[in-house]
Every structure is written in structure tokens, then in C-alpha cells.
Design a protein around this ligand. Structure first.
Ligand code: NAG
Ligand code: NAG
Ligand code: NAG
Ligand code: NAG
Ligand code: NAG
Length: 351
């Protein structure tokens, strides 16, 4: 871990209070060649952009991010979604970008590119675990374990909620940025948390989720802790970490939900590949065998009780792992449920 977390943040404030004039800082954020890590870099704009279309294309050295082939390392960043920058505040911007290779083809880990056709509504519940500098989950004793799991979910108190300062800072920063964050709560394992993003129409799901993840990493950097999306951060009888995904179509009657579930049941292995590119998933029943049920948390697909009663609404796919790529997840759901496609493995990362 770098020692920058030990720097005096008060001194930085002195510089950050200097006026920046008309100029605007735009921090471009993208997914690197691992398909999982986010990278960023900043440049100066002459004036505040009104919309993402006003932002220029940029480039970087793809050989340092596992994103270039051979000797052509120029790799292009195409701005696709713009947010207020919660770290530098107005008028500065965070800009989420798609990545294109030297030959203008989308990078292997640019799953947004094939995902961005007309899509329906999604919501994603992103779980994560805060890790301390000692490699243990944040707040855990260095040589042991905290008490067993029951009191931590939605818990309150110094011995129940591990790292709430970070969660609160992340929540506020997301609201400031304009990220569609709808809530947050402590999860079952101590130091495990969740935030919810949505409802988002189609392609915006991945943009908002990934920018929320970027902001989380950036906030954690300030606090000197690490956020991990590892699906199983602690082996044994500690809960894994997932990214449950809600989905509804414009035709949202129970009949359509049941049709979608029938299609999903036939494509389960394809979905698992799309949801868990690293094969690190917890071996729970909802992963290995497809199942669906009303208000059943052990099933792969859960139909919320209210939806079962009202006979319309959304369903929840409980299989995506916490380190999924949201573009792969939403695309797979659309392919299977709306386009009636059978899986043809477009989600293989290169490394
Ligand atoms: C997804 O659905 C679950 C179960 O109904 C709900 O608890 C959660 O808040 C929803 N998340 C989003 C982001 O809509
Ligand atoms: C995860 O937490 C729930 C609720 O406490 C529990 O029922 C379940 O068994 C846990 N799973 C694992 C793998 O520990
Ligand atoms: C999950 O199950 C598969 C097949 O039974 C096994 O090969 C794999 O090692 C298991 N993974 C974990 C993380 O337990
Ligand atoms: C919930 O789903 C699991 C996994 O398919 C199944 O074993 C269990 O019987 C279901 N529970 C209910 C109440 O239907
Ligand atoms: C997919 O199948 C449904 C029936 O399940 C049908 O109504 C729909 O038109 C099909 N969509 C496409 C794009 O073929």
C-alpha cells in the first residue's frame, strides 16, 4: 500500500482552495485490459462542457494497461457519460469512456460497445468488502475473526458497522456526481457493504454502476483502505459478495416474467460465464443449478413478493458476482430475454 494515505489532507485543502479560473478539470475513467480494474487521467478544458458530446476524444498508452497489440500502443478514449466531480467539485467533471484500439476497433474489455442497443430497465445491488492495510477485512482483528455473522446486516454500533464513514462519504459523492444511487446498507459479513444503483434505462446501467465503483475506490484511497469486489474475500462460512441485478421490460406482466425465466433456464451456463468472467464465484445452489421462486433468496431468480401479488413488475437475477462487468450482465439478459438469442460467448476477456 502507498503511504500517501498518511499525508496531511489539511495541507492539500490549502491548494484546492485556490481559484481555478475559467478552466475545468476533466478526469477520464475507463476499464483497463483486466476487464475489472478502473484507470483514470485528467486534462484541462477551456470551459465547462454542457453535455458529454462536447468532450473530446483522448488517448493513452495501452501497453501499460494490457490494452494494446504489438507496437501500436496508442489507445483511444471516447467519452460516453459525464458526471459532476465530487472530489474537485463544480465545474469539474468525471467522464466515463469507452476504449478503442489503435485500429479503432473496440478493446476486448469494452463490453459497453456491443451492449448499447435499446435496452430496458435495470437496477443493480453492488456488494463490496472494505479491506484494511493488513490484508484483513477492515476492522477485523489481525489474527482472528470477529463474532459470527448475525448482527452485522443493516447493523448499527461501533462493534457492528465497520467503516460507515467511508460508506457515507461514497454515498454523498455519488449524489453530488449525479450517479443514480438509490440506497446503501451494511451486509451480512462485517466490513461488507452494498449500494444500489437504478432504475437505469439500458446502457446507463453500466455507466452509473462503474462510475459509482470508481468513486468508491477514490474515496477509499483518501481513507487509506481498499474496496474489493472479490466474490469470496474470506473462505469458509463467511458470506460471498455479489451484484444482484433487477430487470423489467416495458411489458412487465407476470406472463412476460415467466417467459423470461423459462428462457434464462435454458441459457444458465452462458449467463454464468457472462456474470463471472474470472470463475471465482461462491459455489452456492443459485450458481450451479438454475431455479426461480417468489421471495426465495436461495433461487437464481427471485420474483419479489409484491410482484408475485400484483402480477407485474421486475425480477431479480441473483447470480452476477460482485466483480462482474455490468455491460456483460445487462447484455446477456437482453440477448436471452428479449432478442431470443442463444449464447455465443461474446464475453471472453483476452488475458
Ligand atoms: C432490486 O430488487 C430487490 C428485491 O426486490 C430490492 O431489495 C432492491 O432494492 C432492488 N435494487 C434496485 C437497485 O432496484
Ligand atoms: C449468507 O448470509 C445468510 C443470512 O445470514 C445466510 O443464510 C447464508 O447461509 C450465508 N451464506 C454463507 C455462504 O455463509
Ligand atoms: C466450485 O465447484 C467446482 C465444481 O464442483 C470446483 O471445481 C471448484 O473448485 C469450486 N470452487 C470453489 C471456489 O469452491
Ligand atoms: C428456494 O429455492 C431453493 C433452490 O432452488 C430450493 O431448494 C427451496 O426449496 C426453495 N424454497 C421455497 C420455499 O420454495
Ligand atoms: C422473442 O420471443 C418472444 C416470445 O417469447 C416474441 O414475442 C418476440 O417477438 C421474440 N423477439 C424477437 C426479437 O425475435
Amino acid at each position: 500500500l502507498t503511504s500517501s494515505s498518511n499525508l496531511n489532507k489539511g495541507i492539500k485543502q490549502m491548494y484546492m482552495a485556490l481559484p481555478q479560473g475559467e478552466k475545468v478539470q476533466a478526469m477520464y475513467v475507463w476499464i483497463d485490459g483486466t476487464g475489472e480494474r478502473l484507470r483514470c487521467k485528467t486534462h484541462t478544458l477551456d470551459c465547462e462542457p454542457k453535455c458529454v458530446e462536447e468532450l473530446r476524444e483522448w488517448n493513452f498508452d495501452g501497453s501499460s494497461t494490457f490494452q494494446s497489440e504489438g507496437s501500436s500502443s496508442d489507445t483511444y478514449l471516447l467519452p460516453v457519460a459525464m458526471f459532476c466531480d465530487p472530489f474537485h467539485k463544480d465545474p469539474n467533471k468525471l467522464v466515463f469512456c469507452e476504449v478503442f484500439k489503435y485500429n479503432r476497433k473496440p478493446a476486448e474489455t469494452n463490453l459497453r460497445h456491443t451492449c448499447k442497443w435499446i435496452m430496458d430497465m435495470f437496477g443493480m445491488d453492488q456488494e463490496y468488502t472494505l479491506m484494511g492495510t493488513d490484508g484483513q477485512p477492515f476492522g477485523w482483528p489481525s489474527n482472528g475473526f470477529p463474532g459470527t455473522q448475525s448482527p452485522y446486516y443493516c447493523g448499527v454500533g461501533a462493534d457492528k458497522a465497520y467503516g460507515r464513514d467511508i460508506v457515507e462519504a461514497h454515498y454523498r459523492a455519488c449524489l453530488y456526481a449525479g450517479v443514480k444511487i438509490t440506497g446503501t446498507n451494511a451486509e451480512v459479513m462485517p466490513a461488507q457493504w452494498e449500494f444500489q444503483i437504478g432504475p437505469c434505462e439500458g446502457i446507463l446501467m453500466g455507466d452509473h454502476l462503474l462510475v459509482a465503483c470508481f468513486i468508491l475506490h477514490r474515496v477509499c484511497e483518501d481513507f487509506g483502505v481498499i474496496a474489493t469486489f472479490d466474490p469470496k474475500p474470506i473462505p469458509g462460512n463467511w458470506n460471498g459478495t455479489s451484484c444482484h441485478t433487477n430487470f423489467s421490460t416495458k411489458e412487465n406482466g407476470l406472463k412476460y416474467i415467466e417467459e423470461a425465466i423459462e428462457k434464462l433456464s435454458k441459457q444458465h451456463q452462458y449467463h454464468i460465464r457472462a456474470y463471472d468472467p474470472k470463475g471465482g464465484l461462491d459455489n452456492t445452489s443459485n450458481i450451479n443449478d438454475f431455479s426461480a421462486g417468489v421471495a426465495n433468496c436461495s433461487a437464481s431468480i427471485r420474483i419479489p413478493r409484491s410482484v408475485g401479488q400484483e402480477k407485474r413488475g421486475y425480477f431479480e437475477d441473483r447470480c452476477p458476482s460482485a466483480n462482474c462487468d455490468p455491460f456483460a450482465v445487462t447484455e446477456a439478459i437482453i440477448r436471452t430475454c428479449l432478442l431470443n438469442k442463444t449464447g455465443d460467448e461474446p464475453f471472453q476477456y483476452k488475458n
